[in-house]
Write a protein that binds this ligand. Sequence first.
Ligand code: ADP
Ligand code: MG
Length: 255
Amino acid sequence: MSGNAQGPVLAVSNLSKSYGPTRVLADVDLSVQPSQVVVVIGPSGSGKTTLLRCCNGLEVADRGRIEVCGTTLFSDGRLLRDSELNALRTRVGMVFQSFNLFPHLTVLQNVTIGPRRIRRKAPSEAVEQARALLHKVGLADKADALPGTLSGGQKQRVAIARALAMEPQLMLFDEPTSALDPELVGEVLQVMKALARDGMTMLLVTHEMNFAREVADVVVVMDHGRTVESGPPSTIFSAPSQARTRAFLQAVIER
Ligand code: ADP
Ligand code: MG
């Protein structure tokens, strides 16, 4: 992975993808600079998840270009070769709406398995790192618990610790709180806020508008696979230029 201290961590240009006749991404341009938090908002079905999944190679676009830390992940309809793709995936952490923890492994094992298997970390080092990360997400006392005994908010915090254990240069979050009971949303947002404060580069999809307003450097509005507009939260939330943004925000706020 080539280091590029100055360039964007993620650069997406002219990205397009269709499922059959359905255009899911239409010439999407987006970039995330080091330590930036970019929040993608938009109605259901607008292509947000597909965009995120393209950014770590889980999904293959049809056209356009994606660069991660200066390395081309996708270009001219083709992904990197498998070996390179795996190396790149370790640089991009992803947290999903459904936590996807290994149910038969303890919390600690869920966090150490990636570093041990993929990054070939020594067990003692992986455990030490995992304990520090669990402390960071407020779950030091749950190291030996099985995921099934945890609340949704705790599971999602384990999933965040697990992604961080790979020492990613970019974290992708796809509606990380939307499967949670309302009273558990705050604890996950707190962890994400702390990450942003620590300078983690983040691209996230959320319907938590207060969080977006507070934490985002840039808000990107998507609709029907297109970027409708983007800008600082103060502009997007208070003085959006596009009617579609206004309509979406109104619908979300009135819920
Ligand atoms: P969002 O995350 O904004 O709700 P998605 O990226 O999940 O949007 O989906 C965008 C559109 O692509 C939707 O119309 C969805 O039905 C369609 N879509 C997503 N995944 C698939 C798939 N695997 N096959 C066919 N259509 C899909
Ligand atoms: Mg989605």
